[in-house]
Design a protein around this ligand. Sequence first.
Ligand SMILES: Cc1cc2nc3c(=O)[nH]c(=O)nc-3n(C[C@H](O)[C@H](O)[C@H](O)COP(=O)(O)O)c2cc1C
Ligand SMILES: [Fe+2]
Ligand SMILES: [Fe+2]
Length: 388
Amino acid sequence: MSKVEITDKILYVGVNDRDIDLFEGQYVVPEGVSYNSYLIMDEKVVLMDTVDARKSEEWLANIKVVLGTRQPDYLVVSHMEPDHAGSIAAVAEEFPDMKIVGNAKTFTFMGQFFDFDIDSKKVVVAEGDELSLGKHNLKFIMAPMVHWPEVMMTYETSEKILFSADGFGKFGALDTEEDWACEARRYYFNIVGKYGAQVQAVLKKLAGAEVNAICPLHGPILKENLAYYIGLYDTWSSYRPEDEGVLVAYASIYGNTAGAAKQIAEMLKEKGAKKVAIADLARDDMAEAIEDAFRYDKMVLACSTYDGGIFPCMEDFLSHLKAKNYQKRTVALIENGTWAPMAGKKMREILEGMKDVKVLENTVTIRSAVKADTVSALDKLADEVMNA
Ligand SMILES: Cc1cc2nc3c(=O)[nH]c(=O)nc-3n(C[C@H](O)[C@H](O)[C@H](O)COP(=O)(O)O)c2cc1C
Ligand SMILES: [Fe+2]
Ligand SMILES: [Fe+2]
């Protein structure tokens, strides 16, 4: 690896993981993911975070290229989730004199994950504590529950660099050319989405600080146009819709409900909906459907009745939305059932348990297949969605 510089004294030493099958045990990552790690070279040398154990060796080699004959004095641990903390024991063994910096919770979790002698190495920091490295100076900012309790960010005060932990992270290896927002949004809502209030609290703490670059634990280092990224994080964490538009999400056994969903999607486009996304909940990426549910201000759900209830992939989708604090949106319902349609009623019950979710009163009921009367009912529902 050649040296990658953030500034001439702050260098990237992270790794790409392109062959992981599922990130965090559930997310498909077609372009892989990066585990970011950085070295700050000053009178004291600081290593910012480690990487997943899958990539320990490659990462240690990267570090040695930058270090030359030097040794790190400190390892700062922003987050104990194994995608970042997985190589702590390996690096502690490699550099036995290195101290490890974290907060009280960091070390509780570290002891749970590892067996090496942590006590002789630990430096415990708390909100606002600083660590001088010579010209550089680290200030620690606690970010509890973004999205684990021990998470902390680090602000380097001389060059004004924010090490933002999983905040501002994105799926995709660093050599991927793709839009930032799409994969950062999918990452945010699925992994951090539940903790909007905690993200808001950190954004408020950071509001006064000048920031020249954001160094997250996944995805690209952000150096320009930072107001754009911070603005998106503010929108996402306050659960405001990012765009006017409609997600049409369907769960269909034999395709009739799917047909109705596609039909209403076309009707919405014809009636002037700015953006219409469609998701087959049985086949498409669930995480992408969740992302789109949060992105837009409206949603149409179409579901077959299954054993007196909701078809399982729709139930799964709704339980994800509930867990991620889905709120402040308008939802319309389409149900299908051959003898006793129930999906609409059951979906409504779940949605009404969410905060500030308006469910349109009119539910379109299909009895098996789409007929002429269904088409006019869908058209009417599309009008109601547009006017909501
Ligand atoms: C395993 C199974 C269970 C079903 N349970 C019900 C039910 O409890 N009540 C009902 O009205 N229809 C039930 N149905 C019928 C479907 O809801 C109906 O045929 C379907 O919604 C048609 O739309 P589709 O082509 O999108 O699957 C069931 C169908 C299957 C295959
Ligand atoms: Fe994490
Ligand atoms: Fe992470």
